[in-house]
Design a binder for this molecule. Structure first.
Ligand code: ADP
Ligand code: ZN
Length: 780
């Protein structure tokens, strides 16, 4: 026991959850006496803030303050929501980006911990209420103010001053434990008439039944009520766990690791308590996942925990299937879970009830104690970077955490990013290679088809003759086919064949995307939409038609050409519903379809034993995206999708396109090392990563001229720095959003000095023009 006297006065610094530059700092508050013993750094509090009541995070506890004038109202946590480790991570994000503190808090802690604010207005003097406000109040004189009604607040405050109404701020935690009444059968009851309920004899003693279970067993609701009244059933309000349901079955098929797998696993296992990064480079299907499983087994034996990241929600289920087959205590965390499920998984993690966590990018912040390893599968994937709001890369956060815990990181990929491969060459990462598929299954045969030749031969279909024949054969053989149609950066739009007009978004100056199933045109930046009309608004002819090919069209064509084939489709539009990815994956795995058509979503990590043919439509489309990573992205996409073919039976790949002689496409056959050599050379010549850091500034304002001028000044200012190349300004990819013109200035530099950059942005400060810094290219 510590009987030291606690100082009489205590203060905390609090960052309030309001996203505004003007309040982007910590404020001092007094700690009332009853909270002095409990309050700690990292806990959430409720504080008065101006006329409001807000939630905030305690970032410091201390005993002197000049500026504190108000008291903390309430303490929300018993243990800190933010650990010291998380504070270190937040500091790092703060140093490397330009973000508001409250946004950084939102990024690193789960949304389930957020607090909901509610403003409630109570009517005191109905007779004096202005008549236009009457309809807002319920019969009992209560009005829950909606966000859209907040602009009425000044008026309401004046009414409050006159005591006509009273405004209350209420707050509650958004997500809570789920509770439910459970019933136990009390055998010591005194009730005489139980013979009326023969079902009672079938009940288990000491078992807790839900009401639904009792009803399913044959009890009626009135039976249950009677039995409760006579204390035959003892009801108890209990916390229930929201289990994540899976469609897959769990069966562990242990394999004997190959020599290469054993070697790779041993190298990692020998370094379990060392901060070190391994790059596990293994061709598709070479058994990288088996290496992870073997390493995790040792980590868990040591009573440490493993964090496994996958780049997309689609890959959660397949990874969960492999991990849950071998390990019991596995948590799953990603954005498609309900708030309640997230809350429960989070509780399991902080209560140390798990050994392994599988997650997408955001899981890198989960407060896992006693972390033993971080595995980042498909490490090259761009989804590991958070591009909106607070920008961060999961790999960088992983490095901070691994250094903190003194543990290894494993980056796995068949196609490592250029940066990672370069680091391996420089000995910064240790390279581990898997060069063969186990059981000597050959890599698939790859055929390239030039669609210009098809046109010459009068084939105007989106499928080449070769691909068509192979699909038909595959359907006959009852083997499965994957068709990749990657429409990233490409969307169907409509055009008037008479005058050439393309309907555009009135606010964003980009073509409206055509959604065939809803027959609507929609802007996919701001959401503006209108119904499709055949009549042109400009020339009034009935000649407006769809241009280009959308995935729905490909699906319709597949159905038309192969009427007997069962076709499934996987893309963003059909997978927005919770669990829908897993459903499609599971249906295809169970051979409930012959063809799976999809976007890049189907290219990654999926292991379908019956797939022996992969067809790629318009393979060169992604080369046309204006980005310095276009060739890398194209090569990786094609290699990954090709790797889905022939994992268990001999396989083939047909790659169709118009420009197939680019190294990003030819290397799909020659292999990663060939691609890496050419790509690295390109990067060197054009001064890109890993030779130069590249970052961008986005300058936005309502005046075209002034915004351009500001961008130009910024460029000049950057050019004056040593070892910096500044490019631009150029209009952004999206030139205008919501009446704001946008320009981009690109910076290439050997090093990045954030304090310098922050200083320059402050120097250029102008209330009408916003300058944003993106620590990487292609983020806007
Ligand atoms: P990757 O993660 O590299 O794509 P996986 O670990 O998914 O590869 O392995 C591909 C397939 O080969 C899986 O079905 C897996 O069970 C199987 N496999 C992996 N290693 C072996 C092995 N040593 N012996 C037999 N089968 C293996
Ligand atoms: Zn728009």
């Amino acid at each position: 026991m510590n009987f030291e006297k606690v100082s009489d006065l205590m203060y905390v610094k609090v960052i309030v959850d309001i996203k505004h530059q003007d309040v982007n700092k910590a404020y001092d508050y007094r700690v009332p006496e009853h909270l002095i013993n409990d309050i700690q750094k990292g806990m959430r509090v409720i504080v008065p803030f101006g006329a409001q009541t807000r939630m905030g995070f305690v970032v410091d506890v201390f005993d002197k303050s000049e500026s504190a004038t108000k008291d903390v109202i309430e303490l929300l946590d018993e243990t800190p929501a933010i650990s010291d480790e998380l504070f270190l991570i937040m500091d790092d994000i703060d140093q490397h980006t330009i973000s508001l503190y409250s946004s950084i808090f939102d990024t690193v802690i789960p949304s389930g911990l957020a607090v909901k604010y509610d403003k409630v207005i109570y009517l005191l003097k109905p007779n004096e209420l202005p008549s236009e406000l009457e309809t807002f109040f319920s019969k009992t004189g209560i009005w829950h103010l909606k966000k859209s009604e907040y602009d009425l607040l000044p008026k309401l405050r004046r009414l409050q001053d006159k005591k006509i109404i009273e405004i209350h701020s209420e707050y509650k935690q958004k997500t809570k434990e789920k509770t439910e009444t459970l019933y136990t059968y009390n055998t010591n009851h005194q009730y005489q008439r139980t013979s009326r309920y023969p079902l009672l004899e079938t009940l288990l003693i000491d078992h807790m039944y839900t009401k639904k279970e009792l009803i399913d067993l044959g009890f009626s609701i009135s039976n249950i009520n009677t039995l409760v009244k006579h204390e035959v059933f003892i009801p108890k309000l209990s916390t229930v766990f929201r289990d994540i349901k899976h469609l897959f079955n769990i069966e562990d098929k242990r394999v004997d690791l190959t020599k290469e797998q054993i070697n790779a696993a041993n190298k990692i296992k020998d370094n379990l308590n060392v901060y070190k990064t391994f790059l596990l480079k293994g061709i598709t299907g070479s058994g990288k996942t088996e290496v992870y499983l073997d390493v995790i087994e040792k980590v868990v034996k040591q009573e440490q925990k493993a964090l496994v990241l996958v780049p997309e929600i689609t890959l959660i289920a397949p990874m969960a299937k492999r991990l849950k087959s071998r390990f019991n205590r596995v948590a799953i965390y990603h954005s498609a879970l309900s708030e309640g499920e997230k809350y429960d998984q989070y509780q399991m993690i902080i209560n140390n009830d798990i050994d392994i966590v599988i997650s997408t990018r955001s899981g890198i912040f989960l407060p896992i104690n006693n972390l033993g390893i971080i595995i980042i599968d498909e490490e090259h994937d761009a989804s590991y970077m958070q591009k909106e709001g607070v920008v961060y890369h999961a790999k960088n956060i992983a490095k901070l955490r691994a250094a903190y815990h003194n543990i290894p990181i494993v980056l796995g990929s068949a196609t490592p990013s250029i940066e990672s491969m370069y680091k391996a060459e420089q000995q910064e990462y240790q390279l581990l290679t898997l060069s063969k598929r186990p059981k000597n299954i050959k890599e698939p045969d790859i055929v390239f088809v030039d669609m210009k030749d098809e046109l010459k031969n009068k084939n105007t279909s989106i499928f080449s003759m070769t691909l068509k024949e192979k699909i038909s054969k595959n359907i006959e053989k009852k083997e499965q086919t994957l068709i990749l149609f990657n429409r990233k950066g490409y969307a169907p739009f409509v055009l008037c064949r008479q005058c050439g007009d393309v309907p555009k978004c009135p606010q964003c100056d980009i073509s409206l995307t055509y959604y065939k199933d809803k027959n609507q045109l929609k802007c996919h930046y701001c959401g503006y939409e209108k119904p499709f009309a055949q009549t042109c608004e400009v020339c009034h002819q009935k000649t407006v038609k769809e241009v280009g090919v959308g995935i729905e069209y490909v699906q319709a064509e597949l159905k038309r050409q192969f009427p007997k084939a069962r076709v499934l489709r996987m893309d963003k539009n059909v997978t927005t519903k919770k669990g829908s990815h897993e459903k499609i994956w599971h249906q295809f795995l169970n051979e409930e379809a012959d063809i799976l058509l999809g976007t890049q979503m189907i290219s990654k990590g999926l292991d379908f034993p019956k797939v022996t043919l992969v067809g790629v439509l318009m393979a060169d489309l992604s080369l046309k995206i204006p980005s310095y990573t276009a060739s890398e992205d194209t090569f990786m996409l094609l290699t990954q999708i090709s790797g889905r073919s022939g994992r268990h039976l001999p396989g083939e790949v047909v790659i169709q396109g118009y420009q197939l002689d680019h190294y990003a496409i030819t290397s799909v056959k020659k292999g990663y090392d060939q691609f890496y050599k050419e790509a690295l050379y390109d990067r060197k010549i054009s001064k890109y990563e890993p030779y130069y850091h590249i970052s961008q500034f986005l300058i936005e304002g309502t005046s075209y001229l002034k915004t351009y001028q500001k961008a130009f000044m910024l460029k000049k200012r950057l050019q004056s720095l040593e070892n910096v190349i500044a490019l631009g300004p150029v209009p952004a990819y999206i030139k205008k959003i919501k009446e704001h013109y946008r320009f981009v200035v690109t910076m290439k530099s050997k090093t990045i000095d954030m304090s310098e950059i922050k200083y320059i942005i402050e120097e250029l400060n102008d209330p009408n023009i916003e300058v944003k810094y993106y620590p990487n290219l292609d983020l806007m």
